[in-house]
Ligand binder design. Structure first.
Ligand code: R5P
Length: 294
């Protein structure tokens, strides 16, 4: 059985049931007048393992509290939850103390899951695995890009990371799909925030390229990378991204940059209509595969 909390996108809940064969349970929820959350789980008897899943996109603070409430409720029912699945994980940027006196946000939020008996955390393309490993969890992070490329039907002959730090994603796709891979040079002006992307000496002329990344926030990284690749005579530039915070403005920026197609995963519930060049791929099957392989 899988307990799906409010952040889990509807398409994912549907697939957990229909594609992966899980019995899905959605707890009762309501808000008290002061804004506090109420949650109730009414299981009578459970024979199999219970997994809890929550996707922590905004309002992420509310969603983490909901996760704590669900785990405590299950503990109160004597149901042991060993594994939680977090398709989108909030508070992972601050994965170390960059400055004196800062918290490790990931630790602040997720260390508490141990109190409820959780030992394993499954995530999708998380910013950093380090804090989860440091906290002693078994951490499984799933890179969905090659699955998304295969399912979307994109024909590519090269995969690029928009910066060196993202190279592992391009490498993973290259290994799975047998295409060339590399990375672009990204520079961000710390004062103006302006992003510059350089294609270095890469020979991208006439190539069909997928840029792979973890997240779209403003869309500026992807737009700059797309423009740089077209300036270097790439034929077609596509992007494949795990977590997409998409607004009308983002769509506009990417469309003006000439991005041919954007493939995104369903880790975040989007509330706007998408143009036909943006495709959402249901990545639930790779989550189920990871859960079933132990
Ligand atoms: C950077 O390290 C990340 O991997 C993304 O490239 C970045 O966060 C995307 O942000 P934006 O869409 O605002 O450029």
């Amino acid at each position: 059985m899988i307990v799906c909390l409010s952040g889990v996108p509807k398409s994912m809940i549907k697939s957990l049931e229909s594609e992966c064969g899980y019995a899905v349970y959605v707890p009762q929820r309501k808000l008290f007048p002061d804004g506090e959350q109420y949650l109730r789980i009414e299981f009578r008897s459970i024979s199999d393992n219970v997994v809890v899943t929550q996707s922590l996109y905004p309002e992420q603070d509310r969603k983490i509290v909901e996760l704590y409430l669900a785990l405590e409720a299950l503990q109160g029912l004597d149901i042991h939850v060993d594994t939680v699945v977090l398709p989108y994980v909030a508070y992972t940027r601050q994965d170390k103390r960059f400055l004196f006196g800062e918290p490790i946000s990931t630790k602040a939020l997720y260390n508490a899951l141990k109190i409820f008996g959780v030992t394993k955390i499954v995530t999708v393309d998380v910013h950093s695995s380090r804090p989860f490993n440091d906290m002693g969890y078994t951490h499984i992070d799933l890179l969905p890009h090659s699955y998304m490329i295969s399912r979307s039907g994109l024909e590519i002959d090269m995969v690029l990371a928009p910066d060196k730090g993202a190279l592992h994603r391009a490498l993973d796709v290259a290994k799975q799909l047998g295409v060339e891979y590399d990375y672009l040079d990204k520079y961000r002006d710390r004062i103006t925030g302006e992003i510059t992307i350089d294609t270095k000496t890469l020979d991208v002329a006439g190539r069909d390229i997928a840029i792979v990344d973890d997240i779209i926030s403003t869309g500026k990284t992807l737009a700059k990378a797309t423009e740089a690749l077209y300036r270097a005579d790439a034929s077609n530039v596509y992007a494949v991204v795990s977590h997409a915070f998409i607004s009308r403005e983002t769509i506009d920026i990417l469309s003006k940059a000439g991005l041919k197609s954007l493939v995104i995963a369903n880790t975040i519930e989007l509330s706007i209509d998408l143009p036909s060049w943006i495709k959402v791929i249901d990545i639930t099957p790779i989550i189920c595969r990871a859960l079933k392989s132990g």
